[in-house]
Design a protein around this ligand. Structure first.
Ligand code: ASP
Length: 584
């Protein structure tokens, strides 16, 4: 079909040119004998003017009809600054109606007021909106940059099976029944973890894949049951080699997409330090408000609340917020107290304010003058400062203050005004986490993660304090990547299975093929996976994960457009040897 350029590409410099355009009708207005139509394609909108010689041939044309127009680009008498093509318009000389359209059920515009469920039902119309098209194009570009950058570093893109064996990421598997072997099931991979490690054993040395992953989890706001990872694995590496690859990739992506120069090397912090300083394993470093341990000041205190906490191995922690005392009334401070009691099971929130050189607050009468003076010095408290204090079990005190840190930074509007990306490597995560339900230790990352070399002897004696060689990359308070240096020694792998309560028979049954592979000269290796959707969300400034997926499910894990999941024919069930036994 003839088409000389994209509608949104025309500029004043094109005035006088003859063009042929194709596009959807965004909007039609009649002015006496003249008809004005904004014609839209992927590149944008342009105004086309039809005079009386053509108005009859387009008399039926409405929104979303597709037209092919030939005409001349003309400078507008009055430019429209709201349109990128606003300095010109196209005077039509010939028009062909390529297709008609029923009245669309949603308004196709970025300021559409349609409910999200309606937009998802008609996603193909929703996708015509410029903002969604832009996001999909950004997603495409990120994939292209990823391929180019990783290729330049010697990585090879390899596809791994979608019909696979259950993988160990800890979520619920999506299962696919086998027709040939009734009663047996495939699992859709939660990640290509086992396959990418097998590729290292297979001698590929540097692998990557833009991989689809499937996890049958309850949906949270930022999750989809199917999602994509930039999945990478490398042989003969330690953390430094892995981090260098990620840093180079992030530099390329942020430069090409945002024109933003990220640091050459990202800050590193152990998990332990992160928790102590920020009360979170994914701290937002765009603002300060670090947690300070003030226990020492109260070592000999008479204040019984602090005394009791400190005597039972608890912690007294504080965060100072500058220029905040006058912004937090008693009522607001009570709300903060409720917030941490309710969400973090913290017992109480204590607070102090410095106003006109005078310290006031909930504990001011309970602590001594010397303690007050020591606090003022340690936290460098000055006028209009607000100090929030939590005395509790270490983890409770830190996480509660970590959450208050985030909340107050937002309430006080303390995030940088200009675009800022603060990357952080979090390392040395705990190897295990306690599973209340099953009353046993679980691998915190996955069971192929190597323990820290010095901690190996404590695998069985003190699992709580064994740290691993797992790492996360955090960006502005969100986890963007996780990965680890892997175990490559069969004995060690067996030990780790044992320490999470998996007998060798169970391990053999689940991962026997994998353990077998370890026998034949497994190279030391490590890798990571970047959550593609979250990365695109940051790059496009949206907090809705469905915006960055072409055909997402809604937040009840339903595809409203195709009405899936759905029932299947009895014949299909019969062939698979299945019968339905509904839970409810
Ligand atoms: N497979 C891991 C995940 O999906 C990432 C990795 O360890 O490479 O989180």
């Amino acid at each position: 079909m003839e088409r000389t350029c994209g509608n949104g590409t025309l500029r004043l410099a094109d005035a006088g040119k003859k063009v042929t355009l194709i596009g959807w009708v965004q909007r039609r207005r009649n002015f006496g004998a003249l008809v004005f139509i904004d014609l839209r394609d992927r590149s944008g909108l342009v105004q086309v003017v039809f005079d009386e010689t053509l108005s009859d041939s387009i008399k039926d044309v409405r929104s979303e009809y597709i037209l092919q127009v030939t005409g001349t680009v003309v400078e507008r008498k009055e430019a429209n600054p709201k349109m990128e093509t606003g300095e010109i318009e196209v005077h039509a000389e010939a028009v062909k109606i390529i297709n008609s359209a029923a009245t669309p059920p949603i308004m196709i515009s970025d300021d559409t007021d349609a409910l999200e469920d309606t937009r998802l039902k008609y996603r193909y119309l929703d996708l015509r909106r410029p903002s969604l098209q832009k996001i999909l194009m950004t997603r495409h570009k990120v994939c292209m940059i990823t391929r180019k950058t990783l290729d330049s570093m010697g990585f090879v893109e390899v596809e791994t099976p979608i019909l696979a064996r259950s993988t160990p990421e800890g979520a619920r598997d999506y299962l696919v029944p086998s027709r040939l072997y009734n009663g047996k099931f495939w699992a859709l991979p939660q990640s290509p973890q086992i396959y990418k490690q097998l590729l290292m054993i297979g001698g590929m040395e540097k692998y990557f894949q833009i991989a689809r992953c499937f996890r049958d989890e309850d949906l949270r706001a930022d999750r989809q049951p199917t999602f994509t990872q930039i999945d990478v694995e490398m042989s003969f590496v330690d953390e430094n080699d892995v981090f260098a690859v990620v840093e180079k990739l992030m530099q390329a992506i942020f430069m090409e997409i945002r024109g933003y120069k990220v640091e050459d090397h990202f800050v590193r912090m152990t998990w332990d330090e992160c928790m102590k300083r920020y009360g979170s394993d994914k701290p937002d470093l765009r603002y300060g408000y670090e947690i300070q341990n003030i226990g020492e000041i109260f070592a000999d205190t008479d204040f019984t609340v602090f005394r009791t906490v400190l005597d039972s191995n608890g912690e007294v922690d504080a965060v100072k917020f500058d220029q905040a005392a006058s912004r937090y009334s008693r009522k607001k401070l009570d709300e903060l107290q409720e917030f941490i009691k309710h969400n973090f099971r913290a017992k109480a929130l204590a607070w102090l304010k410095m106003e006109k050189g005078e310290l006031s607050g909930s504990i001011v009468k309970a602590i001594s003058d010397a303690e007050k003076q020591a606090l003022i010095e340690k936290l460098a408290i000055t006028d209009d400062d607000l100090v929030l204090i939590v005395a509790d079990k270490p983890h409770v005190a830190e996480t509660a203050l970590g959450a208050l840190r985030i909340r107050l930074a937002h309430e006080l509007d303390r995030l940088p005004k200009e675009e800022t990306y603060k990357f952080l490597w979090v390392t040395d995560f705990p190897m295990f986490e306690w599973d209340e339900e099953e009353q046993r230790w679980q691998a915190a990352h996955h069971p192929f993660t190597a323990p820290r070399v010095n901690d190996i002897n404590e695998l069985f004696t003190d699992p709580e304090h064994v740290m691993s060689r797992a790492y996360d990359l955090v960006l502005n308070g969100y986890e963007q990547l996780s990965g680890s240096i892997r175990i490559y020694d069969q004995n060690m792998q067996e030990k780790v299975f044992e320490s999470i309560g998996m007998t060798m028979e169970q391990a053999q049954q689940k991962f026997g093929f994998f353990l077998e592979a370890f026998k034949y000269g497994t190279p030391p290796h490590g890798g990571f996976a970047i959550g593609l959707e979250r990365l695109i969300m940051v790059l496009c400034g949206t907090d809705n994960i469905r915006d960055v997926v072409a055909f997402p499910t809604n937040n009840s894990a339903v595809d409203l457009m195709s009405d899936s999941p759905n029932v299947v024919d009895q014949a299909q069930l019969d062939i698979l040897g299945l019968s339905i036994n509904k839970k409810d």
